[in-house]
Design a protein around this ligand. Structure first.
Ligand SMILES: [Zn+2]
Length: 271
């Protein structure tokens, strides 16, 4: 699944479309998680792209009075391609630009992604309004996290993967950050100390930054906008390493389901 770093990298890769005006849009299959609005065919042409931003895992393509909000779902990707490359089965949308040989193509085999048109206050949109802060921004601090775990009858892993508390900490990044912070993913959140929150926050930021730097990638078949595969997966310290020796103490890495997903941890290094 594309995680926050892949989405960030996708946004960076989309910078060549800034200031471009849209010529046309071709929707071959509108049935994504939510149907693609049928009015885009009329609404998009002649709109000029002013910015490409990210909020959580949503890509926000900004126009003068509206946004096109794209989510990559489980298997989606956006690619800038030469316009003569013929579409294949899962290539659902092409956006064509004026005065350029490139198109922006949305591909999504599992169709869990979405494309919304938002011409009102984006912060009030039902998919955005309840989201917690961005993990890489200043607002996400040890004190903030500590305030969110008081009296919580759930695990620390559930907390950091809860989008209402902080966005974009997916399963891989949760396992990696908790290992580095030496905190067991199954620990009850209310028992985690402020000092441990400090480490958790530090390593969430560090792990995400590192993944973005390395080109992202949680998923074997993730491609950035130039069709290159990311390679962050090669550097995991604990994720996906069940049965292998801990990189720190050589104990055998264990795994169990927490927050509905496999969690990997070292029984000796983490408490
Ligand atoms: Zn260990």
């Amino acid at each position: 699944m594309p995680e926050l770093p892949e989405v960030e990298i996708t946004c960076m890769g989309l910078q060549p479309i800034l200031q471009k005006s849209i010529k046309d849009v071709v929707v071959r299959n509108a049935s994504l998680r939510w149907p693609i609005p049928t009015h885009l065919k009329k609404t998009l042409p002649n709109q000029k792209i002013l910015a490409v931003k990210r909020r959580a895992k949503y890509i926000l393509i900004q126009f003068e009075n509206a946004y096109l909000m794209i989510h990559l779902g489980m298997s989606g990707r956006l690619e800038l391609l030469k316009k003569n490359i013929s579409p294949e089965k899962h290539d659902h949308v092409d956006i064509q630009f004026k005065n350029t040989k490139n198109i922006l193509r949305y591909t999504d085999p599992r169709r869990f992604g979405s494309i919304h048109w938002i011409d009102k206050d984006i912060n009030q949109h039902f998919l955005i309004s309840k989201l917690g802060p961005e993990p890489l921004e200043k607002f996400f601090t040890d004190k903030y996290l500590f305030s969110k775990i008081q009296n919580k009858k759930t695990t620390i892993k559930n907390i950091i993967m809860d989008n209402h508390i902080v966005v974009g900490v997916g399963n891989i990044y949760a396992s990696e950050s908790l290992f580095k912070a030496k905190v067991m993913p199954s620990r009850m959140a209310k028992d985690v100390t402020l000092n441990e929150c400090k480490k958790i926050v530090k390593y969430i930021k560090e792990t995400l930054h590192k993944a973005i730097e390395l080109g992202g990638s949680s998923l074997r078949d993730f491609y950035n906008v130039n069709g290159q595969s990311g390679y962050f997966q090669q550097t995991y310290v604990v994720y996906g390493r069940k049965g292998k020796p801990c990189r720190v103490c050589k104990s055998i890495i264990e795994s169990k389901i927490i927050a509905q997903r496999s969690s990997f941890y070292c029984p000796k290094c983490q408490n």
